[in-house]
Write a protein that binds this ligand. Structure first.
Ligand code: NAD
Length: 395
């Protein structure tokens, strides 16, 4: 089958297995080029099929030589429908891990559910005994509870409505957008989905099952960003959830669970999740232009490789700020970068968008998430869309 990208709003409904594999191989090649990191040896990654979670898994396996178990929520191909990018990424990851003799297995299901937690625990017990690191990298729009209640997250402000610029990436035009404030209930629900409750549930379940090593590290991800995105992000409904994540990290570390819990504040990047946040894509496309010019631009894999090598498992141990946060947004938040961003933000309009924003770079990243626009891939070639994830088809 010849596969073409079909974009609907913020997502692409098709994905390309060969392009996804090539993406994974390129990330692995990058990690291997940086040399080994003396890091964890048995790693569970929850939300392992895309974005920061996939790159964390790649760095753990190919940078640290770790055995990895990934929890994903993806779909294989069905009829003429392609599988999801996360499915193809995971198939490629397992294939590459096998080529190097690295243990890699995957559980496909809802990470919020008790059943998936139990299945994961049974797999760790059977194959690895214990894990010494747990990466929690879910970005989910909703969470279904055991009693059937479903909480949905929203991307809104808290307090007052907020008006600022936004970009229509298709027409490359700038207009104003007003983000309405979330209700108390919406904020509460967003915290339920994207806060730390489920992370804590995982850690408690792993500890009480005896499959978490003593002193294990656990890590979740957040974003802070500059003032101009604060009403939308840091002070918004998603920011409330991230505050809950920080509190959870402190609580886990202080508890008798014998874990070191960290939140890493990562750089703003184009992923399936960030594409859906109003205002943020315009910020990202300005930021990309400036950071590429400064030579400090990084993608998910560069961030995760630097995180493991320098900030978590470097010679001085975890490097945190005064709030116990690991700052992978250090280069993004440099004063000279942010000064230029705010100047360009002030002057950007439809006439200047092409010169001030890296829209091509944004689109390139967006297409690549789904395995398109990957250099070296022949998109005119017929491809097989039925691709197995080895550890899942072996069951
Ligand atoms: P992403 O959409 O690329 O990846 C999210 C992953 O979670 C995917 O593998 C998806 O399949 C998985 N997932 C979603 N729901 C699931 C479920 N119910 N069960 C199992 N797996 C599920 O997102 P991302 O941007 O990499 O985000 C990961 C984390 O990083 C989030 O906490 C996000 O807030 C944070 N972060 C993102 C950015 C950014 O700019 N993209 C910046 C800083 C921090």
């Amino acid at each position: 089958m010849i596969i073409e990208p079909k974009i609907r709003g913020f997502i692409c409904t098709t994905s390309h297995p060969v392009g996804c594999e090539e993406n994974v191989r390129r990330q692995i090649a990058y990690v291997k080029k940086q040399g080994k990191t003396n890091g964890p040896k048995k790693v569970l990654v929850i939300g392992a099929s895309a974005g920061y979670g996939l790159s964390s898994r790649i760095e753990a396996a190919f940078g640290c030589g770790a055995a990895t178990i990934g929890v994903i929520f993806d779909k294989p191909a069905s009829g003429k429908r392609t599988g999801t990018a996360g499915w193809y990424n995971t198939a490629a990851f397992e294939k590459c891990a096998a080529e190097e003799g690295l243990y890699a297995k995957t559980i496909n299901g809802d990470a919020f559910s008790k059943a998936v937690k139990e299945e994961t625990i049974a797999l760790i017990r059977k194959d690895l005994g214990q894990v010494d690191m747990v990466v929690y990298s879910l970005a989910a729009p909703r969470r279904a509870m055991e009693d059937g209640t479903v909480y949905s997250s929203v991307l809104k402000t808290t307090g007052e409505a907020y008006t600022n610029k936004t970009i229509d990436l298709k027409t490359r035009t700038i207009s104003d957008v007003t983000i309405e404030p979330a209700t108390e209930e919406e904020i509460h629900n967003t915290v339920k989905v994207m806060g730390g409750e489920d992370w804590e549930d995982w850690i408690r379940a792993l500890r009480s099952a005896g499959v978490l090593a003593q002193g294990a590290i656990t890590l979740a991800y957040s974003y802070i960003g500059p003032q101009l995105t604060h009403p939308m992000y840091y002070d918004g409904s998603i920011g409330a959830a991230k505050q809950h994540l920080y509190e959870t990290a402190r609580r886990l570390t202080a508890s008798d669970l014998d874990v070191q819990a960290y939140v890493s504040v990562n750089k703003a990047l184009v992923t399936q999740s960030s594409a859906a946040i109003p205002i943020v894509p315009l910020y990202i496309s300005i930021l990309y232009k400036i950071m590429k010019k400064a030579g400090t631009h990084e993608g998910c894999i560069q961030q995760m490789e630097r995180l493991f090598r320098e900030k978590l498992f470097g010679s001085q141990g975890p490097v945190v700020d005064e709030n116990q946060l690991v700052r992978m947004d250090d280069w993004e938040m440099r004063e000279e970068i942010q000064q230029e961003v705010s100047q360009d933000w002030e002057s950007v309009d439809t006439a200047t968008v092409q010169s001030l924003c890296d829209i091509d770079g944004y689109w390139e990243d967006f297409y690549q998430i789904f395995g398109f626009a990957v250099p070296g891939v022949d998109y005119d070639a017929d491809v097989e869309i039925q691709v197995d994830i080895p550890s899942i088809s072996a069951q």
